[in-house]
Design a protein around this ligand. Structure first.
Ligand SMILES: *Cc1c(COP(=O)(O)O)cnc(C)c1O
Length: 429
């Protein structure tokens, strides 16, 4: 593993509202109602390093150390889809597995951009183990990164989703899978994760509140700026938590502060999969999101969407620095995309760009189609379409796939503080 470092002396972690400075592992502002924290990088000038992969942007990632890796953002100018839609300046960020384009996200999605920077950052601050609940893309990305960096990682998933956890390499012993038996309900996995974290003092990775995750995702926008030399007018992405959207906004702010990339924030176009569209609904109706209201109905809707990675009931929407602020700052728009529109968009993308986007990425493609049809995009506008994942069939051909085998099975009824306290043999060892 080829590692390198850069000086980080003047970098600080600050509240987006009051500017108060925090220690590296803080997750929200104590005085501003849980406002997000954001990295303030000493280096204002955008200066990618001569390195392969995501850590060419180490100056604007929170860790001091980076590693050379094939994992990194890829942006190219579209001809096929651009021609079909009548757009002159359509750029595609292809962040799944697509060797022809040089995209080597080895677990299939842009979650690979979150996992490595997060674990490196945690490692530098003395954390060497993490626990998370994930039904797929995040779990795979962290499992891969944990193996690479020698982390102890606990992943908790509902049993019915365990098959989504695989790696294109032999999994490490220190990456352990726990399943909640007889369960499809993701919230039970989250609950177990929280209980185990508390009982055994295992750090979690922080989700959208983790600046390494956001700045890792933000490298897609940095790559756009490196390739095109300016910010786009429009940014399209499918969102679940909206972390990627906040990240695109924050990266754009840094590029604007540099001075050479214009002074206009890209307009965020955020897409969700109907009939589960909490961010779209909240933005359209000017309301809050209520993760615990009508849970049964929410779960029924979630069961009907194809892009299940977008099913987040509790995105950081109203919190300061969150999705609503990102939409407000960029005069953003949201989209509701049906399964049918998404699969038509998937086929369109295959035909025009020779790549199979994942279900979630197809939702973003469909949103772009909607926007063009509605006349929201000018033919000469610079458009950045973020295809956040895909190429899994190709990945399966090129690599031997290893499934993570569950080491512990917890019955749903045992997801209680008392029962979990008896699982020290598994979690505390
Ligand atoms: C997680 C994910 C998204 C949504 O990203 P958020 O940051 O949670 O909004 C979109 N596409 C793919 C492929 C994903 O894995």
């Amino acid at each position: 593993m080829n590692a390198f470092t850069t000086r980080k002396d003047g970098d600080t972690l600050r509240c987006v509202l009051c500017g108060r400075q925090y220690d590296a592992l803080a997750r929200s502002c104590a005085s501003c109602d849980g406002a997000l924290l954001r990295m303030s990088y000493a280096r204002r000038r955008f200066q990618p390093m001569q390195r392969t992969g995501i850590f060419k942007y180490l100056h604007w990632l929170p860790s001091r150390r980076g590693i050379e890796t094939e994992i990194g953002p890829v942006v190219y100018q579209s001809e096929g889809l651009a021609g079909f839609l009548g757009l002159r300046r359509l750029y595609i960020g292809i962040n799944g597995y697509c060797p022809e384009r040089g995209a080597f996200n080895i677990t299939g999605t842009f979650k690979d951009f979150e996992a490595l920077p997060t674990l490196l950052y945690l490692q530098e601050h003395g954390v060497t183990r993490v626990i998370l609940a994930s039904a797929g893309n995040t779990g795979r990305a962290f499992a891969y990164a944990a193996r690479m960096l020698g982390f102890r990682l606990d992943i908790i998933v509902p049993e019915a989703m365990a098959h989504k956890l695989w790696l294109p390499v032999k999994p490490a012993e220190a990456v352990r899978l726990t399943v909640v038996a007889d369960s499809r309900d993701y919230s039970k996995a989250i609950e177990l994760c929280g209980l185990a974290a508390r009982e055994f003092g295992i750090p979690d990775e922080g989700g959208a509140r983790n600046v390494a995750r956001r700045d890792g995702m933000g490298t897609a926008m940095l790559e756009y700026a490196r390739i095109v030399g300016a910010l786009p007018d429009h940014y399209f992405q499918a969102v679940g938590s909206g972390t990627g959207a906040i990240a695109a906004w924050e990266a754009s702010l840094r590029l604007i502060a540099d001075g050479r990339f214009g002074d206009r924030l890209p307009r965020l176009h955020l897409a969700q999969n109907a009939p589960f569209t909490p961010i779209h609904d909240a933005w359209t109706n000017g309301k809050k999101i209520h993760p615990r209201r009508n849970i049964r109905e929410q779960l029924a809707r979630i069961a009907r969407i194809k892009a299940d990675v977008l099913a987040n009931r509790n995105p950081p929407f109203s919190v300061a620095g969150g999705v609503r602020d990102a939409l407000e700052a960029t005069n953003g728009l949201t989209y509701s995309v049906t399964n049918r529109e998404a699969s038509a968009a998937c086929k369109l993308f295959e035909r025009t760009e020779c790549f199979t986007p994942s279900a979630a990425a197809s939702v973003a493609v469909a949103a772009l189609v909607q926007a063009v049809r509605a006349g929201r995009i000018g033919r000469d506008d610079a458009v950045f379409l973020h295809v956040t994942g895909g190429g899994l069939d190709r990945l399966r051909k090129d690599y031997h796939i290893h499934r993570l085998q569950p080491g512990l099975r917890v019955p749903v009824a045992r997801v209680t503080a008392r029962s979990v306290s008896r699982l020290g043999g598994w979690f505390a060892s």
